[in-house]
Design a protein around this ligand. Structure first.
Ligand SMILES: *Cc1c(COP(=O)(O)O)cnc(C)c1O
Length: 381
């Protein structure tokens, strides 16, 4: 059976080269990085080498990179850690309506702790208006958190513009860059805190990092033996960290893959938009691997089900919202109505995606849409 994986926004296949460099740390290199014998020293060296790769990729200092268990932990830590460390200064945080659930849920929790959160609107393509941000900042504002590339619709925010407003107003700026990391420009010059992870870039699951600009006031949430410059205790996930760094190296040494992805993405968009009553969600200029489309009269869940029967893995939006059958909060924020927001299909490519796979999707998808429209209770035809 044909297998076409177009859910790379949810997770990616591990690169064989990444797996290869990880393997020794699951077998013979099992020392604890804090140990003082040679087993530990070897591992500590690998840890610091990996940290340097990640730091260099962002133009950061090595001590500004703290490894975590992934994007969810980094986002939770950034929001909660900054909120509590700076609460003497103020209790106001600004984010957007199109964040990943882990930022939105952390924000809701902070509201229960007495913090005030502003959720900025976005325009019809998912962009935050910098003037809106500037207006929302008050003397009580301590943090702004805005997703870099949106995981559902691929909108890429202008970080340098947003950060310059925050700097002018002396407010800390965090960005969730899990989707954009290694796929578009990302630099420590454009934020005080940056969330990244490995499993969206052909690395292992369960590992990520938080970039924290030197001398940023942040509370520690994981106490213990003082690992990670006393910022995040716990024996380091060495095989994961080593794999993460290798995934970054491979991605950054293969910029051509981005051009190929972009070409295939555009072919897919052009082909899909030939289907009657379809619309592209998000901007024309978007993340290289992201396609998000709606078909009027059709539910995303039925579409992904039929696609799955044809061997095509796709999703309705984010992996999280597909569990709940709720309309996507991101599409609603763009101004789509509930019916339209339910009809969305997200197809996310990777460097492994081939033209033959895209051709296959473009052959199968119009047939499925036509079939569903015939039987749809929302009844278009
Ligand atoms: C995947 C993702 C996360 C969560 O990262 P995990 O490593 O899976 O916890 C957060 N934000 C965005 C934008 C993501 O795409």
């Amino acid at each position: 059976m044909i297998e076409v994986y177009l859910d790379n926004g949810a997770s990616t296949k591990i690169d064989p080269q990444v797996l290869k460099v990880m393997q020794p740390y699951l077998t013979e290199k099992y020392g604890n990085a804090s140990a003082l014998h040679s087993f530990g020293i070897d591992v500590k060296e690998a840890l610091e080498k990996a940290r340097k790769v990640i730091a260099d990729s962002l133009g950061a200092k090595h001590q500004e990179i703290i490894f975590t268990s992934g994007g969810t932990e980094s986002n939770n830590w950034a929001l909660k850690g900054i909120a509590f460390a700076n609460k003497e200064k103020g209790n106001h945080i600004i984010t957007t309506k199109i964040e990943h659930d882990c930022v939105l849920e952390s924000s809701k929790w902070l509201e229960k702790q007495g913090f005030k959160i502003t959720y900025l609107d976005v325009d019809a393509e998912g962009f935050v208006n910098p003037a809106d941000l500037e207006k929302a900042i008050t003397p009580q504002t301590i943090l702004v958190s805005i997703i870099h590339a949106n995981n559902e619709i691929g909108t890429i925010q202008d970080l340098s513009k947003l950060y310059s407003i925050c700097k002018k107003k002396k407010v800390l700026f965090h960005t969730d860059a899990c989707q954009s990391y290694t796929k578009t420009e990302l630099s420590a010059n454009n934020a005080d805190l940056i969330t990244i992870n490995a499993h969206k870039i052909h690395g292992p699951k369960g590992v990520g990092a938080l970039y924290i600009k030197e001398s940023t006031k942040i509370d520690i949430w994981q106490h213990g033996g003082g690992h990670e410059f006393k910022q995040r205790s716990g024996t380091e996930n060495i095989h994961g960290i080593v794999g993460f760094a290798e995934a970054v190296k491979v991605a950054l040494n293969n910029k051509k893959a981005l051009q190929k992805m972009e070409k295939l993405r555009d072919k897919l968009i052009d082909g899909v938009l030939k289907i009657k009553d379809s619309r592209l969600n998000g901007p024309q200029e978007r993340l290289v691997n992201n396609v998000n489309v709606s078909f009027s009269g059709i539910e995303g869940e039925s579409l992904t089900g039929y696609l799955n029967e044809k061997g095509i893995a796709a999703s309705t939006g984010s992996a999280c919202s597909s569990k709940s059958l709720e309309a996507s909060h991101v599409l609603l924020a763009l101004g789509l109505n509930h019916e339209q927001a339910h009809g969305s299909l997200r197809l996310t490519l990777s460097r492994y995606t081939t033209e033959a796979e895209i051709d296959y999707v473009l052959e199968v998808l119009p047939q499925i849409v036509a079939k569903l429209r015939k039987i749809s209770p929302l009844g278009r035809n």
